[in-house]
Ligand binder design. Sequence first.
Ligand code: KIV
Length: 280
Amino acid sequence: MNKKVTNGTIKKMKTEGTPISMITAYDYIMAQNVDEAGIDMILVGDSLGNVVMGYSSTLPVTMEDMLHHTACVVRGVNRALVVGDMPFMSYQESTQQALHNAGRFMKEAQCDAVKLEGGARVSEAVYKMTQAGIPVVGHLGLTPQSVHQFGGFKVQGKNVEKARQLIADAKELEDAGAFAIVLECVPAALSAEITKSLKHAATIGIGAGNQCDGQVLVCTDLLGMSGGFRPKFSKPYANLHDTIVGAVKEYISDVQGRSFPAEEHTFAIDAEVMQAVQKE
Ligand code: KIV
């Protein structure tokens, strides 16, 4: 087994300028596959709500949903650092609630870090978590749990005030102890500026250009598993949608034509046993 990736590894990669690869996963088999491929970080994202559970946003996802799926992923991983994503309203009520639920991720799902959305407004919670020994990933830019406040899925930080706010929020998260910060749908030049301004916290971009310290993609986008909408920032590296639909069509046709199961998929029994059974 290659050496386990820790938050220390990620900080070192930032310092040395080594790009960090991250992908989402929601279950054991996907976790095994992406870990075997050599991914550095796995995010059990609350995009679970859209990708696995079929909701139109991440808002309905619960702590129990996240703990269940994070634990499945953790069981499939040897090397990658696994981040559990704190769902909507699991940390917004109070710092105490945030700390309690971050602790549940570490104790019950046994992941390596937690992620939460927001800047200055969550910095006290981030500080308390890191003081308690919980590694934290921040998330700025288009934070999907605030989609209703943003009025839709839009690129963030496009005017001077908003751009300055993002830079200040990133600094505040770093000062509170976050070891990485996801930047989602942030203009490339602004992400590069944020990345430069952070000494220790690694930026992980999604729709944020190639000057971030690392990149993250949703696994089903990367693998081309959905036949429908694909965000502009994602790149499909496979077309598993067509592969899956094609394979299942072939299976249906084999079942209907009785060509599956063939002899090699079938268990034999001694002829005498069958004769005895049939005589009865
Ligand atoms: O939930 C998720 O998958 C995420 C990524 C898009 C960064 O937060």
